[in-house]
Design a protein around this ligand. Structure first.
Ligand code: BGC
Length: 581
């Protein structure tokens, strides 16, 4: 009999290890129910932007070029970043747009080559220092909390030319110098810093514009990025924290990899491996044990052995470095837009998509084995087939991170947004009902993460303030709460309908029952969970209909009580199962 109980105990422990990190979000009615209520006091509501995407003034003052300036000036490209949304000149208007949207925070990034034209502190561009001082002061004067990203992909071009970019160890020290300068110069007013925005994206997907088909350089780049992050965090911790009393985090992105069958251990394991390669690559060294995930180390080694490569291209951290990496974040910023369904295949197969109707991340994870990626039946895509409507990914990923890494510090949703394909010279889509639906549903999931799952979430940042330069796509994929007129030299900005809605969510700190936007949200709710709500994002410009979303009296789905009831019932069932002789 004792053996029986031990077996049950071990099974339960195992089950918790592999399954406890996945929230059961398979009951669609419960999952998609609207929840009313507010976020905790002091919650930060903001927008997020990135220097290259908005600043312009690409060679103003003594600014040096970034790798994105170099790229956008190639003959086949259009240098949209030269003026971008002209925020270098219009920063006061950017701040007023936050005020008009009732926001209390702004996440922007500093352009490294605007401060250090050649990437090193041998010359400092005083115009750049003045620009960021002015912006920060303007925010402070308007009661808006800055959250500042040190690196949103715009590496000084000189560091690429001289050292090859992040692949070179020298960059770790260069980044430390740059971070130290920012802490010294702006840290009296900036209390929230993040080192890197989405390392996965600029390493795996971009690779500093290096041609690296076998991924050796990318693994090396990532290694230096993690070391640079740890260095910047320690610099702040050792030399600035006691005087400035701020915090330093990192922004990590991930698509939420949801197991196809929650009750199938192989699918759960495949989804875990997918998340480890996507999220854990950068997260495990920082919030885990200081090292790369075990599964990553094993799979990279085994997949390369199959190609007769006897040395794994994944670099190793020394024991000292692991200790140094571990715990180097005061909070985590998570950028999450979408989800994928993950199922297990044989480990002899490399990660691959189920079909070609969606943009798969597998191509960027060439050493991940035994994983098949797809999107759910009945999901709909928004603007680009990377982004599929899956608001529950917010709860899925926050819960996963907390459980898998035993992470107990605060979270910020540092980017959440929806884009639409759009021709910059077309009339604006100001009646963006799809974006209203998006923020109604995604912000409501943030509320659920706090209220239903007990996550310590402290902020929500909409991507993005105004239509901007969407990297290689220029202004043709528009994510803004404000429309930017890219045909107009002064880049006139006009609020879209979603700006009012998002502002109302921020002003009311969520979805309190008596708020006007809550009545509207309830009426729109069912329609917001239908493909037709997002169809215009894929079609380019559509005539605004001027009529609100067609949502007659829609009966609201069973809300929190039903979720709680399901939860209690679930616990009872488990208890009965475990306690029966
Ligand atoms: C990036 C942004 C980008 C957005 C939409 C995020 O991954 O941080 O810079 O514009 O996605 O593609």
């Amino acid at each position: 009999m004792t053996a029986f109980y031990w077996t049950i105990f071990l099974l339960a422990a195992l089950c918790r290890k592999t399954g406890g990190q996945f929230l059961d979000l398979k009951n669609i009615t419960a999952r998609d129910a609207f929840l009313s209520g507010t976020l905790p006091d002091g919650f930060l509501w903001g927008t997020a932007t990135a220097a290259f995407q908005i600043e312009g003034g690409w060679d103003s003052g003594e600014k040096g070029p970034s790798i994105w300036d170099w790229y956008s000036h190639l003959p086949q490209n259009v240098p949209w970043g030269d003026v971008a949304t002209d925020s270098y000149h219009k920063y006061k208007e950017d701040v007023q747009m936050h005020v008009n949207t009732s926001l209390n925070s702004y996440r922007f990034s500093i352009s490294w080559p605007r401060l250090f034209p050649d990437g090193t502190n041998t010359t400092i561009n005083q115009y750049g220092v003045d620009y960021y001082n002015n912006l920060i002061n303007e925010l402070q004067n308007n009661g808006i909390e800055p959250l500042v990203t040190l690196y949103h992909w715009d590496l000084p071009q000189k560091l690429k030319e001289r050292y090859g970019g992040w692949v070179n160890d020298t960059l770790v020290e260069m980044f430390e110098n740059y971070a130290r300068f920012c802490f010294t110069t702006f840290g009296d007013r900036v209390k929230y810093w993040t080192t890197f925005n989405e390392p996965w994206s600029f390493v795996a997907a971009l690779g500093d514009f290096n041609n690296d088909p076998d991924y050796t350089m990318k693994y090396k780049m990532a290694h230096n990025v993690i070391r640079a992050h740890a260095r910047a965090w320690h610099t702040y911790d050792d030399d600035f924290r006691s005087a400035q009393n701020g915090s330093v985090g990192i922004v990590i992105s991930s698509i939420w990899g949801e197991p196809a069958d929650l009750h199938n251990p192989a699918d759960r394991q495949a989804a875990t491996n997918y998340m480890e390669f996507f999220f854990g690559w950068f997260a495990n060294p920082i919030i885990g044990n200081g090292d790369y995930p075990d599964v990553m180390k094993r799979m990279v080694r085994e997949s390369r052995l199959k190609q007769n490569q006897t040395v794994s291209p994944l670099p190793e951290f020394t024991e000292e470095e692991k200790m140094y990496n571990k715990g180097t974040t005061d909070f985590l910023g998570i950028n999450t837009y979408t989800a994928r369904i993950i199922s297990a295949t044989n480990e002899t197969q490399t990660c691959h998509p189920d079909n070609h109707n969606f943009a798969s991340a597998c191509g960027f994870m060439p050493d991940l084995m035994g994983v098949k990626e797809t999107v759910g039946p009945g999901w709909f895509y928004m603007g680009s087939n990377i982004f599929w409507f899956a608001p529950w990914n917010i709860r899925g990923i926050l819960h996963f991170v907390r459980e898998r890494y035993r992470y107990t510090k605060p979270f910020y949703l540092s980017e959440v947004g929806i884009g639409e394909t759009y021709k910059y010279h077309s009339p604006p889509n100001l009646n963006d009902t799809w974006r209203m639906c998006f923020y109604m549903t995604y912000a409501n999931e943030a509320l659920k993460a706090v209220k239903l799952d007990g996550v310590d979430l402290r902020g929500f940042y909409a991507w993005t303030l105004m239509d901007n330069v969407e990297w290689g796509s220029g202004p043709d994929l528009a994510f803004g709460l404000y429309h930017t007129n890219f045909t107009h030299p002064s880049r006139k900005r006009t609020p879209k309908r979603s700006q009012g809605l998002y502002g109302s969510i921020a002003r009311e700190n969520g979805f309190p029952d008596n708020a006007i936007h809550v009545r509207m949200t309830r009426e729109w709710w069912q329609w917001c969970h239908m493909d037709e709500a997002y169809a215009p994002t894929r079609h380019g410009y559509v005539e605004p209909t001027n009529k609100p979303a067609p949502c007659p009296s829609v009966s609201t789905a069973p809300a929190a009580q039903s979720l709680m009831f399901t939860g209690i019932l679930g616990i009872l069932v488990v208890l009965v199962a475990f306690c029966s002789p």
